[in-house]
Design a binder for this molecule. Structure first.
Ligand SMILES: *Cc1c(COP(=O)(O)O)cnc(C)c1O
Length: 376
């Protein structure tokens, strides 16, 4: 079946009580035991499993082509769960450009915890080869990567890693399971901040891990149950609902973003546009290979002039609301450097745009009029 069909049907439960078509929400923390002590419906206690989490995890595993999926309370709880599957003394190779808080988690929490963390340019295979150590257990890839939307070669990194017995995890948040499936390209682990496109309406915080095989599946299940950062049934319901329209939404996010990126590239107030769908993007060919169905809805622009001018543009935009996060139906603009703080490596004139589902012509009009400095 095609993804549009899977997204709708793989997330459904059969409701034996009322025959409801929409999946009911099971808030119960605990489940009935049989006389012989068994659990007839397969659920014991909601931290271990519950029907709504099962429905969401089932849909995610099918859409990513993995053996099993695990839902967590946030994207960062999901990344943490992968690190928690490793042992003190193991080395993890992180990308030098990527989601800011993932890097902070690695350095501030997992480093002191006993994992050895180092960073490398994930777009450079020779640099990755050189950075691998005898105790390297995991290479963490983010592609497209925050905030410059650089592309890493999942297939090449996986081939290299597997030849040395190293696992590969991919933060697939920006691409979503609709546009890119890292497991089919060789990765062992896929991570999503479901907070973003999968939820799609800026009203749920969540994370997920999808794994290729049963070995990782068993490890993650123990971490999910014992570290306990699981996702509650109501949020699982909302995310499963989001998954149903994800293929349609990603088509529209991608089409609008490509059209806007092409127009922005020709705008006189723009210094540079970063969008993997542009032929001017340095890794466009690789992006097209890994993301054959679209390039998602994130664009970063570098505005001519200084940081103050970039912040002026962000504050003058009307449809693009100034807020962090991405992947919702509403367009957002973010001045990344001022959010990341003093040690940010992001250029001061860079604005990150999350292209929502408003009409592309209205979005263009907003961008076009705010980019031009106002003459008094
Ligand atoms: C938002 C995000 C995360 C973290 O997810 P939270 O739900 O905020 O914890 C991780 N990676 C990427 C690429 C993200 O955009």
């Amino acid at each position: 079946m095609k993804k549009e069909t899977q997204a709708i049907h793989a997330t459904n439960l059969v409701d034996e009580t009322a025959g409801a078509i929409a999946t009911p929400i099971f808030l119960s923390t605990t489940f009935l035991r049989d006389e012989d002590g068994s659990y007839p419906k397969g659920h014991m206690y909601s931290r271990n499993s519950n029907p709504n989490r099962d429905a969401l995890e089932n849909g995610l595993a099918i859409l990513e082509g993995g053996a099993k999926a695990f839902a967590f309370a946030s994207g960062l709880a999901a990344v943490s769960a992968v690190f928690q599957c490793l042992k003190s003394g193991d080395h993890v190779l992180m990308p030098s450009v990527g989601y800011y808080a993932s890097m902070k988690l690695a350095d501030e929490i997992m480093g002191p915890w006993g994992l050895q963390m180092s960073q490398v340019n994930m777009e450079d295979l020779d640099a990755i080869r050189a950075a691998i150590q005898p105790n390297t257990k995991l290479i963490w890839v983010e592609t497209p990567a925050n905030p410059l939307l650089g592309i890493s070669d999942i297939q090449a990194i996986s081939t290299l890693a597997h030849s040395l017995g190293i696992f590969v995890g991919v933060d697939n948040t920006i691409a979503t399971p609709i546009l890119q499936n890292p497991i089919s390209l060789g990765a062992d682990i896929v991570m999503h901040a479901t907070t973003k496109y999968i939820g799609g309406h800026s009203d749920v915080l969540g994370g997920a891990i999808i794994v290729r095989d049963d070995e990782w599946s068993a490890r993650l299940k123990r971490v999910q149950i014992l570290m306990g950062a699981t996702q509650n049934p109501l949020d699982c319901y909302l995310l499963a609902r989001g998954l149903k329209t994800l293929p349609l939404r990603m088509r529209e996010h991608s089409a609008s973003a490509l059209a806007l990126a092409q127009r922005l590239e020709k705008h006189s107030a723009i210094e540079q546009v970063h969008y993997p769908g542009l032929t001017s993007h340095p890794q466009h060919a690789l992006a097209k290979h890994q993301m054959p169905h679209g390039f998602s809805g994130m664009i970063s622009i570098q505005v001519k002039g200084d940081e103050a001018n970039a912040r002026r543009v962000a504050s003058e935009l009307k449809l693009f609301q100034q807020a962090t996060s991405l992947g919702g139906v509403e367009s957002l603009v973010e001045h990344r450097r001022s959010i990341e703080g003093p040690d940010s490596k992001t250029p001061g004139n860079l604005l990150r745009l999350s292209i929502g589902l408003e009409h592309v012509d209205d979005l263009w009009e907003d961008l076009n009029s705010s980019l031009m400095p106002k003459k008094l």
